[in-house]
Design a protein around this ligand. Structure first.
Ligand SMILES: Nc1nc2c(c(=O)[nH]1)N(C=O)[C@@H](CNc1ccc(C(=O)N[C@@H](CCC(=O)O)C(=O)O)cc1)CN2
Ligand SMILES: Nc1ncnc2c1ncn2[C@@H]1O[C@H](COP(=O)(O)OP(=O)(O)OP(=O)(O)O)[C@@H](O)[C@H]1O
Length: 200
């Protein structure tokens, strides 16, 4: 078995384990942890200075991003979110202005209305808040398994990348393949972890 496939099967196992933990969390735990994570981000210079921020539209068992998105709009930041393309595993960053322009898309995740789509070039993004299933302290990430962020983050040439994680999503080791993109830091309810030689 080659390295990539081995990492793939380890990731799959980890994904299933953490997804089932995450899905069994009480909504109140997710809300409280998300609020603490947001509080940390609001005071973080990389966030304060960022003009264009990529966020994601959270699923019910992920770090909740709605208050973050509202905060970023209030600070006059340009907010963009994933817009999955026709080809599985590829996405673009689409600007959003309000929640009314969103509707349920693939996987039940909200997406911007295709009639009002406008994209931001990946190179223009200052900060990417990255979802994930599991992270380790070195910034290695296990996602939903389609490679959307691995592919996208190769193109965000100057952005700082910050994973956001509920406590149950921090693990001792995420075994990675060659193509996996690490994040520069991870924000949990308890701390902002700087991960190795990133852009910060
Ligand atoms: N909120 C949010 N948006 C995001 C991501 C994310 O992790 N969170 N993504 C991050 O890459 C991309 C979407 N990635 C996804 C890839 C696969 C599945 C998926 O296969 N879902 C299955 C159940 C998976 C399982 O149980 O293992 C399904 O809904 O049927 C969902 C999202 C872009 N947008
Ligand atoms: N940059 C890339 N180039 C080519 N193939 C890739 C790239 N990134 C990921 N893939 C492929 O996509 C599939 C899913 O990758 P992986 O398990 O790392 O996804 P993930 O990081 O968990 O998912 P996501 O980013 O969607 O949350 C794998 O088969 C992998 O080989």
């Amino acid at each position: 078995m080659n390295l990539a496939n081995d990492a793939g099967s380890k990731k799959k196992e980890l994904r299933q384990k953490i997804l089932s933990l995450r899905r069994s969390l009480p909504r109140e735990t997710i809300r409280a942890e998300s609020e603490a994570i947001a509080g940390r981000l609001y005071n973080w210079p990389e966030y304060v200075q960022a003009r264009t921020v990529m966020l994601f539209l959270s699923m019910p068992d992920e770090v909740q991003t709605r208050p973050l998105i509202e905060h970023a709009w209030q600070q006059d930041k340009t907010v963009c979110v994933p817009y999955p393309g026709e080809v599985y595993g590829y996405m673009q960053a689409a600007v959003i202005h309000n929640f009314a322009e969103l509707s349920a898309g693939k996987f039940g995740i909200l997406v911007p209305d295709e009639r009002t789509l406008s994209f931001v070039a990946p190179e223009e993004i200052d900060l990417v808040i990255v979802p994930g299933v599991a992270f380790d302290a070195l910034g290695r990430r296990c996602g939903m398994g389609a490679g959307y962020y691995d592919r996208f983050l190769q193109k965000t040439s100057h952005a700082v990348t910050a994973g956001v994680a509920l406590s149950c999503q921090m693990v001792s080791e995420v075994v990675c393949a060659e193509h996996d993109q690490t994040v520069d830091c991870i924000v949990t309810k308890d701390q902002l972890i700087k991960c190795g030689e990133g852009k910060m």
